[in-house]
Design a protein around this ligand. Structure first.
Ligand code: BG6
Length: 314
C-alpha cells in the first residue's frame, strides 16, 4: 500500500529480524518487529522518538526487546505458571494476510496486521488454542494505534484465562521531572512488597526512587507530563482496568544486562493492563475492550504523536 510519502515497508531490522516500517504523509513513522509483535519505534512528524528503547536491548530470541511496546500475554508479571510477562513478546509473529473485518471503521490507511498462534511447544506450557491478531496502524497526524483481537479457538469448548499488558516504555527527558496525573488517590498493588494493597496519597505521582505499582480501577485517561520536553503523553483506555507504572531506578538498572546504568532517567513505563482480575475468554463469546495512548503537543516543543491502542477480545 502506498501513496505519496505514505508507505508500509517490509524489511530487515537488527540481526536480520523482520520488521515493518510504517510512514505517514507528514513524516511520522513507526516500526514493528515480527519478533514479539513488538513496536520498537514511534516518531512524530519532527522525527523525534517518543518511545524508549535501551541502547543495550538484545534483538535476539529468546530475550524480549528492552523498550518500545512489548505485549505481555497470556501472563503479566511473574504471578502464574508461565515465564515473566508470558511468551507473546518472545515469539515470532506472522503477517496476517487475511484479517477479519474490524467492527468499527478506521480512517488510518497505514497499518500492518500480525498474528500469533500457539506452536506445539507453546501448547505444552499453556494448553490452549488461540489466535491473537495485532493491528499496528499510523494515522495521518502521527497517531499510532494498536488493536488486539484475541480469539479462543479451543475445540473442547474450554474457556481460558489470561492477564495482559501493553508494556509501553515512554521516552522522557528526566524521570525526576515527570509527573503522572490520573492515578492519585487510587488503590494499587505494590510489586515491590509482594503485591500488597495500598492507597496512593498526594496530588500527582512523581518519581525519586524505584517504582513498580499496579494501579487498580484506573480512569480512562492518564497523563504523563514531561516539563523539560514541554510535552504530555495522554493515555486513554477503556476495558483494560489497570495501569502499571514501572521504573527500575539505579540499582535494578545496573542489574539488568540489557539496560544501561543511567537509562532509567530517560524512560517511564505506564502500561495499560488487565492484571488484578484476569480475563476469561470462552470460545465464541465476544468481549470488547479498548485502550488509547496519546501524546499532546505544547507551544514550545511540538509533539504531535498520538498513540492509540485497542483491544477487542472475541
Ligand atoms: C514491569 C513489571 O511491568 O516490567 C516489573 O511490573 C518488571 O516488575 C518490569 O520488573 C520489567 O520486566 P522484564 O521481564 O521485561 O524485565
Amino acid at each position: 500500500m502506498s501513496s505519496e510519502r505514505v508507505s508500509v515497508e517490509h524489511c530487515k531490522g537488527i540481526n536480520g529480524l523482520d520488521k515493518v516500517v510504517l510512514r505517514e504523509i507528514r513524516g511520522s513513522s513507526a516500526e514493528v518487529y515480527l519478533y514479539g509483535g513488538h513496536v520498537t519505534s514511534w516518531k512524530n512528524d519532527h522525527g523525534e522518538e517518543l518511545l524508549f528503547v535501551s541502547s543495550k536491548a538484545i534483538f535476539k530470541p529468546p530475550k524480549a526487546i528492552r523498550g518500545g511496546i512489548p505485549i505481555c500475554f497470556p501472563q503479566f508479571g511473574g504471578v502464574g505458571s508461565l515465564e515473566q510477562h508470558g511468551f507473546a513478546r518472545n515469539r515470532i509473529w506472522s503477517i496476517d494476510t487475511d484479517p477479519p473485518p474490524f467492527p468499527s471503521s478506521t480512517s488510518n490507511k497505514t497499518y500492518v496486521d500480525l498474528i500469533l498462534k500457539p506452536s506445539e511447544e507453546d501448547v505444552k506450557i499453556w494448553p490452549h488454542c488461540y489466535e491473537f491478531r495485532l493491528r499496528v496502524s499510523l494515522g495521518p497526524g502521527g497517531d499510532l494505534m494498536l488493536t488486539s483481537r484475541i480469539r479462543n479457538t479451543n475445540t473442547d469448548g474450554k474457556p481460558f484465562t489470561f492477564t495482559f499488558a501493553y508494556h509501553t516504555y515512554f521516552s522522557v527527558s528526566d524521570v525526576s521531572e515527570v509527573r503522572v496525573e490520573g492515578l492519585e488517590t487510587l488503590d494499587y498493588l505494590d510489586n515491590l512488597q509482594d503485591r500488597e494493597r495500598f492507597t496512593e496519597q498526594g496530588d500527582a505521582i512523581t518519581f525519586e526512587s524505584e517504582v513498580d505499582k499496579i494501579y487498580l480501577s484506573t480512569p480512562t485517561k492518564i497523563a504523563i507530563l514531561d516539563h523539560e520536553k514541554k510535552g504530555t503523553f495522554v493515555l486513554k483506555k477503556d476495558g483494560l482496568p489497570d495501569a502499571v507504572v514501572w521504573n527500575p531506578w539505579d540499582r535494578k538498572a545496573k542489574a539488568m544486562t540489557d539496560f544501561g546504568d543511567d537509562e532509567y532517567k530517560h524512560m517511564l513505563c505506564v502500561e495499560a493492563a488487565a492484571v488484578e482480575k484476569p480475563i476469561t475468554l470462552k470460545p465464541g463469546t465476544p468481549v470488547f475492550s479498548d485502550l488509547c495512548l496519546a501524546m499532546n503537543s505544547s507551544h514550545f516543543f511540538s509533539i504531535t504523536g498520538y498513540l492509540k491502542s485497542r483491544t477487542f477480545i472475541k
